[in-house]
Design a protein around this ligand. Structure first.
Ligand code: CP
Length: 304
């Protein structure tokens, strides 16, 4: 049997992306209308194995798994035998021996999750890999954008902030490229990709220009834990690179505000704007469940 994985956007053809978005819509309607959901994973064992903190990804995966009837194992690093010196490899070998079908893994290393593909008999889903990729966040972002505009054609999307550290930005840039979307990148110069690293469909633009022409303004958290050299007072960051009332007023009428979370209120976005009518931040979190249900189904179907 061929084992399907989702460790990066390169695992997805454009038709896979559209199929996951269509299925996410189906699950959103089933859940909202309290309609029955086929327990697709009732005979499956799924393990959530997180080596980095998480609230949204970790729990929306668990909700998605439970809605699909899965048997769920939740790994806790602190109480695991890793604390007694067991290796990561042996920890995952243990889960394989227990018979898991799917592992949802988050790890601080850029390449660790990808390296598991050939070594284990379970499907691997990347729930956040270092600064490299976060494909399930990207898919829920795409679902949220598609829900809003019903198409990707002609959209202009601006990603603002700590792009260098952001696995969400990397996955979104790769996915939006597949969909032909124009992407603007903006933020503190030191946190932007170098000019020779910028993908050909991305354009570096000043925030005050991008905000007037973008359909989606996607703000990112400053990931202080991933770099030591960037220090800037909160008010100064918001004034230069964040969303405030003055910039909000210059957004297009139908433009929306997104952020993968967690949000540093008053830094990337003024606190009172986090729940503004243009904001889809909590909608993104809700959509994370539907999209992850669709991703689990996509994995199961392709494992057959
Ligand atoms: N967006 C995201 O990955 O959030 P968590 O770190 O809470 O999972």
């Amino acid at each position: 049997m061929q084992i399907k994985h989702l460790t990066g956007i390169s695992d997805l053809e454009t038709h896979d992306i559209y199929s996951i978005l269509e299925k996410s819509l189906f699950y959103s309607e089933q859940v909202k209308n309290k309609k029955p959901i086929h327990p697709l994973l009732q005979d499956s064992l799924v393990a959530n194995i997180f080596f980095e903190n998480s609230t949204r990804t970790r729990f929306s995966f668990e909700v998605a798994q439970k809605r699909l009837g899965a048997n769920v194992l939740n790994f806790d690093e602190e109480s695991s035998s890793l604390a007694k010196g067991e290796s990561l490899y042996d920890t995952l070998k243990t889960f394989e021996s227990l018979g898991i079908d799917i592992a949802i893994i988050r790890h601080s290393d850029d390449n660790f999750i990808n390296s598991l593909r050939e070594n284990f008999s379970f499907s691997t889903i990347n729930a956040g890999a270092g600064k490299n990729e976060h494909p399930t966040q990207s898919l829920l972002d795409l679902f949220t954008i598609h829900q809003e505009f019903k198409t990707f054609e002609g959209l202009k999307i601006c990603i603002c902030g700590d792009i260098q550290s952001s696995r969400v930005a990397k996955s979104n840039i790769r996915a939006l490229k597949k969909l032909g979307v124009e992407v603007y990148l903006t933020g503190p110069e030191i946190l932007l990709p170098k000019s020779d690293e910028i993908e050909d469909h991305c354009t570096l633009l000043e925030l005050d220009k991008a905000i007037e022409i973008s359909d989606v303004m996607m703000f990112l958290r400053i990931q202080h834990e991933r770099h030591q050299t960037f220090e800037i007072p909160i008010e100064e960051y918001n004034k230069k690179y964040g969303l405030n009332h003055e910039r909000l007023a210059r957004m297009k009428e139908r433009a929306i505000i997104m952020h993968p979370g967690p949000v540093n209120r008053d830094v990337e976005i003024l606190s009172e704007l986090v729940e503004h009518e243009k904001s889809r931040i909590f909608k993104q979190m809700e959509n994370g469940v539907y999209t992850r249900m669709a991703i689990l189904e996509w994995i199961m179907e392709n494992n057959r």
